[in-house]
Design a protein around this ligand. Structure first.
Ligand code: 4AD
Ligand code: MG
Length: 471
């Protein structure tokens, strides 16, 4: 066995070393110490974690180790180690196996005076100050693994159904949602901005025009759906909305499928199957982490997901929702009347109390929804759909798209948008237009929903919110 090079021994992850099949094997396991306990019988227990699973590996470190007094007895939370030894059946009830060390190498120390993740448990708010270290905690580690499982499930879902994964640009010249919540992208010298007729002269900027970080890849995805049929884009999106809530980020990930020949009902059907498949996957493929969330974060979380998998989503026209809310006898902070945008208190009432399952709200008033949504025959509403789930509220927003050129142009004017600026988008209606639909699922809201985590800032590694971009 090599003393310096761990790869000369059989390297196992903690997850592998914890499997009963590993018993009897000689192995090297590497990771970070969570705790050390010294027994009176003259040896130490060292728990190590390497992120391969939630649980730790118990290492038995005997006093005979060459560096037992000088190093092993000084190990504490955060130290990084490699341990060579034999995996044996454990007497303890917590684990099937343990590693009996023949050699321990310390890669790096973590001064207990300064390393913040000691035994004491910190609030999630506090942990945000150590965004670079918090993935070493049980909760943030579990969140990262569940997030990974979800991303994998997202790709698998679409790939199995003949969708193409496309990449839409991050830098864009158009405001997809028309809400004006854009971050500007520029190389102009902000101290000496070039002016022309009293306005910033963006023709001197890098792209010779004003550009922004995208709020959604939808418009570009539509171009590809109207050629390849079924596509999805999945990437970061940016919104400069000054929302300091537990459900808003300035940078978040969105998956956006877009399908030619789909009408609104097909879009709803896909969204429902999609969410159920994602929930099923985390229950099956991230079971250990999900049990952790059910124990420590939200007791109901597994039952809620299972209940949704077995239920049928409600499909409810906006107009009926207004009716239900008005008759609820509830005193909402924001009053409800036809034409208003629903607040999260209204959404939550519908999904958490009135129906107690996910609700797909559709056919919203045209004046509160973006220009690209298809106008219904009533002229007052558009084929929008929002999927609402308990606790999180809106998790998906989507629509059938306006495929009629004249109506689209009228809608742009109505919303004060310059059709010239969106000429290529209008072109898709000039040349071989087809009915088509799509939606956007917020990845972080999905992670939040499946884990039960209260704040969206704790389900993305390095959250960006107003005033926060340190890491
Ligand atoms: O409803 P939204 O704004 O829809 C769109 O952007 C469409 N262009 C999507 C499409 O049809 N292709 O956003 C979609 C979803 C929301 O339902 C929500 O889950 C999430 O994105 N989302 C946010 N998540 C975190 N922080 C924010 N600030 C978010 N804004 C939207
Ligand atoms: Mg929305």
């Amino acid at each position: 066995m090599s003393q310096e090079n761990p790869s000369a021994a059989e390297v196992l992850s903690v997850a592998q070393a914890r499997e009963p099949e590993a018993i009897g094997r000689t192995a090297c396991v590497r990771g970070w110490v969570r705790t050390r306990r010294d027994s009176k019988a003259g040896f130490s227990f060292v728990e190590i974690n390497d992120g391969s699973c939630l649980a730790n590996l118990q290492v038995i470190a005997p006093a005979e180790l060459e560096n037992y007094q000088s190093e092993v007895r000084r190990l504490g939370p955060g130290c990084s180690v490699a341990v060579w030894g034999q995996i044996q059946a454990s007497q303890g009830r917590e684990q099937a196996t343990e590693l009996v060390a023949q050699r321990v190498h310390v890669y790096g120390w973590a001064d207990p005076q300064h390393y913040p993740l000691q035994k004491k448990r910190h609030s999630f708010e506090k942990l945000r100050q150590w965004a670079h270290l918090r993935p070493r905690t049980n909760t943030l580690g579990a969140v990262a693994r569940v997030r990974n499982t979800l991303c994998w499930a997202i790709h698998r879902f679409f790939q199995q159904r003949g969708f193409y994964y496309i990449h839409t640009p991050i830098i864009t010249a158009s405001d997809c949602e028309g809400a004006g919540q854009l971050f500007r992208v520029t190389t102009l010298d902000l101290a000496r901005v070039p002016l022309k007729d009293g306005q910033v002269d963006f023709s001197q900027d890098f792209f010779h025009r004003a550009t922004y970080l995208t709020v959604s890849g939808q418009l570009e995805a539509e171009a590809y759906a109207c050629a390849l049929g079924k596509v999805y884009t999945f990437g970061p999106t940016f919104r400069a909305e000054n929302s300091n809530t537990s459900r808003h980020l300035a940078e978040f990930w969105m998956v956006e499928p877009e399908m030619a020949f789909y009408e609104l009902a097909d879009n709803m059907q896909l969204a429902e199957e999609f969410l159920k498949e994602l929930f099923r996957t985390v229950l099956e493929e991230a079971a250990e982490d999900m049990a952790f969330f059910a124990r420590w974060i939200d007791k109901q979380v597994i039952d809620t997901l299972q209940g949704i998998i077995d239920s049928e989503f409600v499909r409810l026209p906006y107009t009926e929702a207004i009716d239900i809310l008005q008759r609820s006898g509830r005193q909402f902070e924001f009053s409800v009347e036809w034409g208003c945008d629903l607040q999260s208190e209204h959404e939550r009432y519908l999904t958490e109390e009135h129906f107690r399952r996910p609700v797909i709200l559709y056919d919203y008033p045209r004046q509160i929804k973006p220009f690209y949504m298809r106008v219904n025959d009533d002229g007052r509403t558009v084929r929008a759909m929002d999927v609402l789930v308990p606790r999180v509220g809106e998790i998906i927003g989507g629509s059938q798209r306006e495929e009629r050129q004249e109506v689209l142009l009228e809608r742009m004017k109505e919303q004060g948008l310059d059709p010239e600026h969106y000429w290529w988008y209008v072109d898709l209606r000039r040349f071989g237009t087809v009915p088509h639909s799509g939606f956007g699922l917020g990845l972080e809201r999905t992670v939040q929903f499946v884990t039960g985590m209260a704040n969206i800032r704790d389900v993305i590694p390095f959250p960006r919110t107003p005033g926060n971009a340190e890491f």
